[in-house]
Design a protein around this ligand. Sequence first.
Ligand SMILES: NC(=O)c1ccc[n+]([C@@H]2O[C@H](COP(=O)([O-])OP(=O)(O)OC[C@H]3O[C@@H](n4cnc5c(N)ncnc54)[C@H](OP(=O)(O)O)[C@@H]3O)[C@@H](O)[C@H]2O)c1
Length: 200
Amino acid sequence: MADGFLKYGYDVKIGSRDISKLKEWKSKAGAKGSAGSFSEAALFGEIIVLAVKGGAVMEALKLAGENNLNGKTLIDATNPIDDKVPENGVLRYFTNLDESLMEQLQKAFPKAKFVKAFNSVGNPMMVNPDYKGIKPSMFICGNDESAKGEVKHILDQFGWETEDMGKAEAARAIEPLCMLWCIPGFLRNEWTHAFKLLKM
Ligand SMILES: NC(=O)c1ccc[n+]([C@@H]2O[C@H](COP(=O)([O-])OP(=O)(O)OC[C@H]3O[C@@H](n4cnc5c(N)ncnc54)[C@H](OP(=O)(O)O)[C@@H]3O)[C@@H](O)[C@H]2O)c1
């Protein structure tokens, strides 16, 4: 995703607890790409992409610093994947169907504008995937309409059709799409598909 943002002229700072692993990326990214701590990246970003291990998201956001998140659009690409092994290709989640990870995050950081997106497709397909002229669907949700508008603009640039599923509660349905997306991968080593919502 960082490369995708660079492609469209955005400045990008990747946050990590260990920026030494980003040396190679930084040298390829050029002047518009940089790396820093989670708090430096969160302070820098006008729009923030949350892409950390599901079980560590709260910790990562605390490291990012609530003041650096307040009022900003936060694209939440995370999934509440448990450490237990998948069962017949089906991932285990540490959440339940009555409360998603994103709702927990939205409650913990009420002034950040969370938008669920990019959680149910593999990273090689996130930016301008080639499905022979067919635009895949990205299901999004979140409580702030203007934040969703910003994410839709990015999805337009990245070659996706945006399917807005409403408020934060819809993440209860969008997060499990990652389970579905991963099944062909675990069972048949197929990792290049994307979802498409067909309409009449
Ligand atoms: N990979 C994909 O294609 C893909 C696609 C869609 C959605 N997602 C979602 O995106 C998220 C990231 O996935 P991933 O594939 O990059 O691998 P991952 O192993 O789930 O996450 C790696 C990231 O998590 C951070 N992290 C791990 N433990 C941490 C802790 N204790 N405190 C703070 N940060 C911690 C790491 O930060 P450091 O750099 O500091 O180590 C690193 O940035 C996941 O929620 C995943 O479900 C991934």
